[in-house]
Ligand binder design. Structure first.
Ligand code: RB5
Length: 147
């Protein structure tokens, strides 16, 4: 799959490891193509700008799914969810990662660098990428009502 990745400066927060490059490399190692939506450095940036870039990649069809990272995952997911094409889910545990796919057909996962270890982020991303939407009628009906 083509996966758009965006963060704010939390993706480069010291002390390392810096989550953004590590997570991009991890997603690529799973066999996906990563569209890097920035930023490229750790200087302070505004999370809405990068939430929008990933949302627009989904909207334009440049990517099928997206991964967002900020301090909590909250601000950047709020920005992305302003697009009707986006269903961005903040996930802090395995059930949320799985259910956001099975029930909500989430097309973006939003993670909090200040809440989760790097290994936890990798685990949630892997579960989320590998879990299909259930396709069950009641879930499809509810997803349809989100637009
Ligand atoms: C930036 O300091 C922080 O506010 C941001 O990364 C995010 O947590 C906002 O929701």
């Amino acid at each position: 799959m083509k996966i758009a990745f965006g963060s704010d400066h939390a993706g480069f927060e010291d002390p390392g490891p810096h989550y953004k490059p590590e997570l991009i490399q991890f997603i690529a190692s799973l066999g996906h193509e990563v569209l890097d939506c920035g930023p490229q450095l750790g200087e302070s940036v505004d999370y809405p700008d990068y939430g929008r870039k990933v949302a627009e990649a989904i909207k334009d069809g440049a990517a099928e799914r997206g991964v967002l990272l900020c301090g909590t995952g909250i601000g950047i997911s709020i920005a992305a969810n302003r697009y009707p094409e986006v269903r961005a889910a903040v996930c802090v545990n395995e059930d949320m990662a799985r259910l956001s796919r099975e029930h909500n057909d989430a097309n973006i996962i939003a993670l909090g660098k200040r809440l989760l270890s790097l290994e936890e982020c990798k685990n949630l991303i892997k579960i989320w990428l590998e879990t299909p939407f259930s396709g069950v009628d009641r879930h499809q009906r509810r997803v349809d009502k989100l637009c």
